[in-house]
Design a protein around this ligand. Structure first.
Ligand code: PFF
Length: 450
């Protein structure tokens, strides 16, 4: 077997992990959830979930990966030989594969919208809901764009850890942050921005229900890439001197910062045109925003090209760095457990994931009547991945670290053998033993019943 690689720098570690976390979940799903769940109050609860659940679970994944230096399945097998904990590793890799297959389809949509916005097609008077539906239900074009997206992801992963993932994260993440900065400034300058800002900043706690709290927690899980083996796999490339607690805090902060800024981009824009509402659901970035671009920039189309082009570029970069981590989680397993060289392993993963992706894509069109338990293929994959396997995975990881792993091992990993102080260690153990499992148990029950 070939020698295992590592990330070459601290910046590479943070940017690659933040790249995994920052994705469609931040720019697309977070504003949608904020819009549907009443604005600022949701954001406050979300912040609490990131602090109390996100950071400890991320630290736990990091320590498992770094300690074992292996893909997620092998990691659990090494730490608990012959025990059923290995199932969590298997579920992580499996769910990463499943998510990649449908994440690629949505990412293909963003690529298509980027091309269309550069061609000026998003600045014409038309019904964007019809536009979107006729695009996604068509059999070939969405697939073509998904394939192009998968090839882009594949090319990065096939190059390996340092010259692929790390190098491209170091290029793409700063670009992404720069684009966000530009868009926030533009959005603040739009008429009616004040109403959007008020929506984001003034909490209305009357809107807070148990289901809002649970949605915030589910969003934190998805957005931080937790429980899918991705961060565990990346951590297996960390060096012994990587500070796990500091890295987890940095990654969670960057992810949250990008999510909130995405809200600052979208809502001032949405509120700047009449008769467009912030709670349009998942169509927010593919239906509502093109509408906004068209109306708001009618008199100065050149600004419309720039704003819409940059926005879809942002979505695409975010999607790409996340897809890379999903791909790597599976590829690392294929390389290490099946003894297949990286280039061939990544080609196998790309091809098989794309095959599954075809079904997901067609489920918006010709296969839309084919349902299992009332869900289309896309819906079923999303349901299994984000509503069952993911919360269950988070729960198992916490129980594993909190109750099964040797306390000394956990302490040594988080403090780099007592060389980096971590005063909140006992509090961390309390969180992973009790608070997080109970919180996740609640999401789980709610999602299943809901
Ligand atoms: N965190 C990514 C996002 O916010 O879009 C999605 C994601 C990536 C989820 C990697 C899970 C994962 F393992």
């Amino acid at each position: 077997m070939t020698e295992r690689s590592n990330f070459g720098s601290k910046l590479g570690v943070v940017l690659a992990s933040a790249g995994s976390a920052v994705g469609l979940g931040n720019v697309w799903r977070f504003p949608t959830e904020v819009g549907n769940n009443g604005g600022a109050a949701f954001i406050l609860i979300y912040l609490l979930c990131v602090l109390a659940v996100g950071v400890p679970v991320m630290m736990s994944e990091f320590l498992i990966g770094r300690h074992t230096n292996a893909n997620t399945i092998t990691a659990f097998s090494k730490l608990a030989p012959g025990k059923w904990w290995r199932i969590e590793g298997v579920a992580g890799v499996f769910v990463a594969f499943l998510i990649l297959s449908y994440y690629t389809i949505i990412s293909g949509w963003t690529l298509y919208y980027l091309v269309q916005s550069l061609k000026g097609a998003l600045l014409t008077d038309q019904d964007y809901s019809v536009y979107f539906n006729s695009f996604v239900s068509e059999p070939f074009t969405p697939l073509l764009y998904a394939i192009i997206f998968m090839v882009m992801t594949h090319l990065v992963i096939a190059r390996g850890v340092q010259s692929g993932i790390e190098r491209f994260s170091k290029i793409m993440m700063p670009m992404l942050l720069l684009i966000i900065g530009i868009l926030v400034v533009c959005s603040f300058g739009m008429p009616g921005a004040g109403t959007g800002l008020r929506f984001l900043l003034k909490p209305d706690f009357s809107k807070v229900t148990a289901s809002v709290v649970l949605s915030a927690m589910g969003q934190a899980f998805f957005s931080l890439s937790l429980a899918m083996g991705c961060l565990c796999t990346y951590a297996s490339y960390f060096t012994p001197d990587t500070k796990l607690v500091k890295t987890a805090v940095s990654v969670c902060s960057i992810d949250t910062f990008v999510a909130v800024l995405s809200g600052f981009i979208i809502f001032p824009a949405v509120f700047s045109v009449p008769n467009v509402s912030p709670d349009e659901g998942p169509g927010l970035v593919f239906v509502t925003l093109p509408n906004v671009f068209n109306i708001a920039f009618h008199s100065i189309p050149v600004l419309g090209y720039i704003f819409s082009g940059l926005f879809y570029m942002l979505l695409l970069l975010a999607a790409l760095t996340s897809a890379m981590s999903l791909h790597e989680s599976v590829t690392a397993y294929v390389i290490e457990s099946w003894g297949i060289p990286r280039k061939k392993a990544s080609a196998m993963v790309s091809a098989s994931c794309m095959t599954l992706g075809v079904l997901c894509s067609l489920s918006f069109g010709v296969l839309s009547d084919f349902t299992i338990c009332g869900l289309t293929i896309f819906g079923l994959f999303d349901f299994c991945a984000s509503k069952i396997i993911m919360p269950a995975g988070g729960l198992i990881i916490c129980l594993f670290v909190g109750w099964y792993l040797d306390r000394k091992l956990v302490y040594n990993e988080l403090t780099n053998c007592d060389t980096v102080p971590f005063r909140l260690f006992r509090f961390y153990i309390f969180l992973v033993r009790y608070v997080v499992p109970i919180a996740i148990g609640l999401i789980f029950i709610n999602e299943l019943l809901g």
